[in-house]
Structure formats: structure tokens, C-alpha cells
Design a protein around this ligand. Sequence first.
Ligand SMILES: Nc1ncnc2c1ncn2[C@@H]1O[C@H](COP(=O)(O)OP(=O)(O)OP(=O)(O)O)[C@@H](O)[C@H]1O
Ligand SMILES: [Mg+2]
Length: 170
Amino acid sequence: MLIVMAGLPGSGKSSVAEALGRRLVAPIVSVDPIEAAMWRAGVARDQPTGLAAYVVAEAVAGGVLSLGQTVITDAVNAVGAAREQWRSLAARHNVPVAFIEVVCSDPVVHRRRLEGRSRGIEGFPEPTWEAVERLREEFAPWTDHRLVLDAVTDVSSNVTVAVEFLATVS
Ligand SMILES: Nc1ncnc2c1ncn2[C@@H]1O[C@H](COP(=O)(O)OP(=O)(O)OP(=O)(O)O)[C@@H](O)[C@H]1O
Ligand SMILES: [Mg+2]
């Protein structure tokens, strides 16, 4: 199956994805490190590297699905076009797609986590709280069947809920 994480920067997607990936023994294809790699390789920042990173992630995830194995993709997925890309990838491979959105319902906690962490992606600036607030306005409403996890809950409880949800997706 194709498992797609979504949510604002610092909401806790990657933390849940990594724990879920360990639990399922499934690889994670994360968009931000791909974009950072393009910049390190000399692709100019005014090029559409944001979109390109999603397309590269799709290609890599498609390779895993071709092996008949589950893959987790990790990206903000704020807009309809991004979500449609994953639906279409899953359809081409004839596998179910499971969307897992991670929110952080407490803005004080969210901001503290965003500003307190360092992902250590070389050449990749950490988003500011102001950028997160702007993205919140742009985050398209979502009607897909999906699991919404709140990152005020601990990661391992959320992973247990995610595993239960995945058992219902077909
Ligand atoms: N219960 C929790 N669930 C998720 N993340 C948590 C939790 N408690 C603390 N955190 C911390 O919150 C911070 C932000 O999480 P994370 O980096 O996973 O967010 P993200 O949604 O992947 O952000 P980005 O889109 O910028 O990559 C991390 O430092 C993470 O360790
Ligand atoms: Mg992340």
C-alpha cells in the first residue's frame, strides 16, 4: 500500500512516519531532503525544486510499489494537486492509498516544537512560525477518507492508532 503523510511543518509528520516505518519495516520517502539534495547539487533555488522534489519522491515511491512493497511518503501535501499525485500513483500500481494527516492542536506546543528542533538537513533552512501560519491559511480543505492524528498525543500511541487504521484501508 501507499501511505501518505500530510500536515504543516513541525506538526509531527516525520516523527510519526519514522516510528510507523520502523513498526511496519517500510521505507520512507521524504520530500524535504530531496529538495535539499537538489540545492546541494547546484540546482538554483529559483527553479521549481519544490515541485521537482514531489515528482522525484513519486518516482522513488513508485519503484518500491513495483516491488510489491509498502512505502510511506512524507510531505506537507497542502494542496489538492499534491494529494492527487499520490492517489494517481496508487491507482497506477493498483494498490490502496492511506492518507495520514498529523496536526498539532495546541499552537503553543506546535511553535515550541518547530522552533526547538533541528532536522539537520544540510542546506535546508528550518521554516519559521510565520511561514507555518501562512501555510495554514493555504492548506486546502480535505474531504478524502483519512486518519487525522493529533501530535499532542505521544508518538507510540499515535502509531498504534495508525496501524489500526491501516488495517481498515483496502
Ligand atoms: N508526540 C509527538 N508527535 C510528533 N512529534 C513530536 C511529538 N513530541 C515531540 N515531537 C517533536 O516535534 C518536532 C516536530 O516534528 P517533525 O519534525 O516530525 O514535524 P514535521 O511535521 O515532519 O515537520 P516538517 O514538515 O517541517 O518536516 C520534532 O522535534 C519532534 O521530535
Ligand atoms: Mg518532516
